[in-house]
Ligand binder design. Structure first.
Ligand SMILES: [Zn+2]
Length: 250
């Protein structure tokens, strides 16, 4: 009989040795990551960092969704993109970089952003969703579908030097629509951003995903992390379900 997929190989044990020293993660946690799949919505400054650290940590399968070609003004923050790939599809450049890091990673690339038409299929394709889209319209769609399909959702967002992060566990925690019932009217597609801020929130989001998938630590379930990198203050506030939320309310 062939070994189940989540058995670790000698190669896995070598590559992931140092993280398996984390006592409440260990080999059991590594097996869970290997069996897991994550949808990363947009692989720009935030999502590219999420995808990189999930690939590095040994998550078995990633689905990368992002439309369009790399532009020069992506390069200050989108770590998976390179100068020589400007003009080519972002998801293809991202996949190439991730395969260089982890050739065993299973990858699906979708050269589309989240829409009403593809959101159900995209969410169904993974165990967990890392939502790194800059637009609230995409985020609210993703939130609605993740809650409907009962998939955990890591919501990471940033603006200028500010970062926000929370983890939605459907049926247990507030959802994004509890916090933002509708799209904030002033929100714009393009905003001021340093790569280091996007990378910070992406790193934190990747750690949240790893914790949720492997079942250890305390994710930001029902809590919102608010970080300000201008003065380096980080705080966590409790958030509540909106009983009349159109997505998760009764
Ligand atoms: Zn809600």
């Amino acid at each position: 009989m062939s070994a189940p997929l989540y058995e670790l190989t000698d190669h896995d044990r070598a590559v992931y040795e140092w993280q398996m020293w984390v006592a409440d993660f260990g080999e059991a946690g590594q097996r869970k990551l290997k069996a897991a799949s994550v949808l990363v919505s947009r692989v720009g400054g935030v999502g590219g960092t999420v995808a990189y650290f999930l690939a590095a940590a040994g998550v078995g399968r990633l689905v990368l969704a992002h439309a369009g070609p790399i532009r020069e003004n992506d390069l200050n923050r989108q770590l998976l993109m390179t100068h020589d790939a400007v003009g080519t599809l972002r998801v293809e450049s991202a996949a190439k970089r991730l395969r260089e890091l982890n050739p065993r990673l299973e990858l699906e690339t979708v050269p589309e952003n989240v829409t009403e038409q593809n959101v159900a299929r995209l969410v169904a394709s993974a165990d967990l969703v890392a939502d790194c889209a800059p637009l609230f319209s995409e985020r609210l769609l993703m939130n609605r579908e993740a809650v409907r399909q009962r998939k955990p959702l890591i919501e990471s967002a940033m603006y200028e030097l500010e970062a926000q992060l929370t983890t939605v566990i459907p049926g247990q925690t507030p959802c994004l629509a509890c916090l933002y019932p509708t799209e904030p009217p002033a929100w714009k597609r393009q905003f001021p951003v340093f790569g280091a801020v996007a990378g910070t929130i992406g790193s934190l989001a990747a750690m949240e995903a790893i914790k949720v998938l492997a079942g250890f630590g305390e994710p930001l379930a029902g809590r919102l992390l608010i970080g300000n990198l201008r003065d380096m203050t980080f705080r966590t506030v409790r958030i509540s379900k909106n009983p009349s939320c159109s997505v998760c309310g009764h």
